[in-house]
Design a protein around this ligand. Structure first.
Ligand code: 5GP
Ligand code: MN
Length: 319
């Protein structure tokens, strides 16, 4: 999975883990980094290796693996420090992913489909198409549901196709209880996090109405003051989109080692290209991210300049 895994990255990987384990395969899941506490409930998460903490053990596993499934990322660099050992691995790499422009030459086999809502949906298809739908246990279902639900913004983004609803209906028929998953993901934060969000919306958000754009920029001192942990900033970028007329929202967070960016849009504005062009990033048409080593002030200035270059596309808004 990609670094700092979200619900889809961890859900798809653990879903596949619970599926493949039933065939007697020896399956190990490795995350390039640690993960947010809101993911900590997922069945099997305690068996996941954190590459940064268990580097030697993980390297050994990668070197000796026959098959390496790469889920929810398009380029090996999305695994950060794992990139080199993945590149040199003797086993075959298999891609299952829905991001644009995959590094095709790096994979022996794979499915890349940008029209898919989530990697979890793709793992579900993989299981069903392989003729083993009866192996969708409650554990598999919980993991896959978490990813398809979070990557579709709780079934609201345009990627929420009929096949997504059919998948969820199937999981429900198999006995999935979905409410506790929503609670575990969304109703599990700290008081400090909620107050941090209040502070951000009050003090750290700029709205540029003539561009239908809003930018949130967060200095590192805020993260320290409110004791903000991995994952606590997840979803913050979406808040400005709830303002009438806003079609492009951005967030830049000073994480110390780098300034991490997230971009979201509604309708016709390609944030994947925007992230690639200005912030060394990428992602999807309506959701992308990037990073820079420049200062927060410089990143904010660069963002505003880039925004102004797109006035024509941004100033028109239609639902
Ligand atoms: P998020 O903003 O939630 O971190 O990421 C949104 C989407 O953009 C995800 O699909 C994620 O994989 C992708 N993304 C986020 N950051 C980066 C980055 O630095 N580089 C690339 N290539 N994609 C990113
Ligand atoms: Mn995904």
């Amino acid at each position: 999975m990609h670094q700092k895994p979200d619900g889809d990255a961890m859900g798809s990987t653990l879903g596949l883990y619970h599926f493949l384990s039933q065939f007697g395969h020896e399956v190990k899941v490795i995350s390039p980094t640690n993960w947010a506490s809101f993911i900590g409930w997922m069945p099997g998460v305690n068996t996941v290796l954190d590459y940064e903490r268990q580097t030697e053990a993980a390297n050994e596993l990668i070197k000796n693996a026959d098959w390496i499934f790469c889920l929810d990322f398009n380029t090996l660099s999305r695994t950060k420090k794992m990139e080199d050992v993945l590149n040199e691995a003797g086993g075959e790499r298999i891609l299952i992913d829905h991001h644009q422009e995959p590094q095709k030459e790096k994979f022996a086999y794979g499915i890349s489909d940008t029209s898919k809502s989530s990697t979890c949906e793709m793992v579900y298809d993989f299981i069903v198409n392989s003729g083993h739908a009866q192996k969708i246990t409650n554990e598999v279902a919980q993991c896959l549901y978490a990813g398809v639900m979070t990557d579709t913004g709780s079934f609201r983004f345009p990627s929420t196709t009929a096949s997504v609803h059919r998948m969820v209906a199937h999981l429900k028929e198999l006995g999935l209880i979905h409410s506790p998953i929503h609670e575990a993901l969304f109703d599990n934060g700290s008081e400090a996090r909620l107050r941090f969000i209040g502070n951000v919306l009050l003090n750290r958000m700029e709205v540029f109405y003539e561009y239908n754009t809003a930018l949130i920029s967060i200095p590192q001192q805020d993260l320290i003051k409110f004791d903000i942990k991995t994952g606590d900033t997840e979803g913050l970028v979406n808040y400005p989109l709830s303002i009438e007329g806003i079609k492009f929202a951005a967030i830049i967070i000073d994480r110390g080692e780098e300034r991490k960016c997230s971009f979201r849009s509604k309708g016709q504005f390609d944030v994947n290209t925007f992230a690639r062009t200005y912030f060394n990033g990428g992602g999807h048409y309506n959701a992308a991210g990037g990073a820079t080593y420049d200062s927060l002030e410089k990143a904010v200035d660069d963002f505003k300049t880039a925004m102004m270059e797109h006035k024509k596309e941004l100033s028109t808004y239609t639902f």
